[in-house]
Design a protein around this ligand. Structure first.
Ligand code: IMP
Ligand code: MG
Length: 172
């Protein structure tokens, strides 16, 4: 059983990062009616805070991705149970992620989206852990860089727990 999570990035710092990301996205997408696709489950809190700061026309979709294998490490073999409900062809897509760790999950999904002929694709990530990157993924809108610790809270889980913590925390 892990110890009680400790705060790494508090809710005020998260707010400032989300505000900055929203103003960058507004600047770039004002007349593009972007389609924001959140990767479940981890992006649900971030997505809801982000879109409430985006006072521009936009649409939202979610997809569930999971990687085969167990433990806290992505295997790189990705599964997408269920479908996207919105067509992406011709759309300006922004993929919204909670955390980019090895990058394997995101790289897989970006390839999947690009095959479906979007007008453009960008990646918006709340956090990234550069120490553990295995594949190169270009993050167009990055919230916060985090150290090589196991992160929970603000939507992010450990075995489905702690998603409801309002701060970004770490466990050891
Ligand atoms: P990647 O494919 O290794 O980049 O990992 C992608 C997914 O693994 C993220 O979207 C998270 O769901 C999960 N993940 C990676 N690092 C952490 C962490 O520190 N805490 C909780 N989940 C994580
Ligand atoms: Mg995730």
């Amino acid at each position: 059983m892990p110890e009680h999570p400790k705060i790494l990035i508090n809710r005020q710092e998260i707010d400032r990062a989300v505000e900055r990301l929203a103003s960058e996205i507004k600047r770039d997408y004002r007349r593009k009616n972007p389609l924001l696709i959140g990767i479940l489950k981890g992006s649900f809190v971030f997505m809801s805070d982000l879109v409430r700061r985006l006072d521009i026309p936009l649409e939202i979709d979610f997809v569930r991705l999971s990687s085969y294998g167990s433990g806290t490490e992505s295997s790189g073999r990705i599964r997408m149970p269920g479908k996207m409900s919105e067509p992406v062809e011709g759309r300006h897509v922004i993929v919204v992620e909670d955390i980019i760790d090895t990058g394997l999950t995101t790289a897989w999904f970006l390839r999947y989206i690009k095959r479906r002929k979007p007008a453009s694709v960008a990646l918006c990530a709340l956090t990234e852990k550069p120490a553990r990157r295995k594949v190169d993924v270009k993050i167009d809108y990055l919230g916060l860089t985090v150290p090589d610790k196991f992160i929970v809270g603000y939507g992010i889980d450990y075995n489905e727990r702690y998603r409801n913590l309002p701060d970004i925390c770490y466990i050891e």
